[in-house]
Design a protein around this ligand. Structure first.
Ligand code: ATP
Length: 264
């Protein structure tokens, strides 16, 4: 499996602490994914089937990928990231073989999470599909999901912005039979997310995160992350000319290096 179709990078770790404003959703994901991956025997002993597939749906930038990564990191599972449109377009003609490879890799490196981003591109409703290729890819994905052992150590997380566009066959029992809607954050969610993204920044006491949370109605997590990053860059731009580098950075200069409210 090459890096482009299913990149497995352990270097990019995320923790539950990195996910803001999705406490209930994260709890559900942990029940559905972490428990079966970690305590397979318990499910086996009880005769309870763990889910094979979980579908996360909601607008872009709300943290679907982040949550999937966090669960993988926290359970030390292999994380295989598959991009729906890429597997269809880039590997046109080889899409099914790619999917098989990814599932094989996952089983070999179990416990594993296969994360399929924009799954609607791989598995659109078959009635809507013109080409035979897409039909075959959907069929392949269904077969691969059916082939996963019910108490196996591979869980597939699909993500989509348009759940209605996903082939209903994928949403039947034994496939993506758990669904979770991931919504844009409310006020307190935005505050949590702002705290997360300013955590490692040196911020001045003028920075009023609550006020920022109020002002950012409609922002999703990805927007808030960018907002914080830009504020940091604004601070750099503002402060650089003030520093006299000739004698190295002095302590009183260092003390000035803080992101202020105006930088946001
Ligand atoms: P898409 O549908 O576009 O793939 P997504 O829902 O998967 O979007 P992510 O890729 O997880 O969104 O979010 C992008 C980035 O935005 C994250 O890496 C993170 O920095 C930030 N972010 C998004 N949601 C949250 C959140 N709930 N808490 C903290 N950070 C978030």
């Amino acid at each position: 499996v090459t890096k482009s179709d299913a990149s497995e990078d352990r270097s990019y770790r995320a923790s539950y602490e990195d996910v803001g404003g999705l406490d209930k959703e994260l709890q559900r994901v942990r029940e559905m994914v972490e428990l079966p991956l970690k305590y397979q025997e318990v499910f086996f002993q009880l005769g309870v089937d763990a889910p094979k597939g979980v579908l996360l749906y909601g607008p872009p930038g709300t943290g679907k990928t982040l949550m999937a990564r966090a669960v993988a990191s926290e359970t030390n599972a292999t994380f295989l990231h598959v991009n729906g449109p890429e597997i269809i377009n880039k590997f046109y003609g080889e899409s099914e073989a790619r999917l098989r490879e990814i599932f094989e890799t996952a089983q070999r490196r179990a416990p594993a999470i296969i994360f399929i981003d924009e799954i609607d591109a791989i598995a659109p409703k078959r009635t809507d599909v013109i080409g035979d290729v897409e039909k075959r890819v959907v069929a392949q994905l269904l077969a691969l999901m059916d082939g996963l052992k019910s108490r196996g150590q591979v869980i597939v997380i699909g993500a989509t912005n348009v759940p209605d566009m996903v082939d209903p066959a994928l949403r039947r029992p034994g496939r993506f039979d758990r669904e979770l809607s991931i919504n844009p954050p409310d006020m307190s969610g935005r505050l949590r997310i702002l705290k997360i993204h300013t955590r490692s920044m040196s911020i001045d006491q003028s920075v009023d995160l609550e006020k920022l949370a109020h002002m950012t109605h409609g922002f999703v997590g990805a927007d808030l992350a960018i907002l914080c990053k830009e504020a940091g860059m604004n601070a750099v731009r503002r402060l650089l000319p003030e520093i006299d580098f000739t004698a190295g950075i002095r302590d009183d200069d260092l003390a000035k290096l803080k992101v202020t409210m105006d930088d946001f």
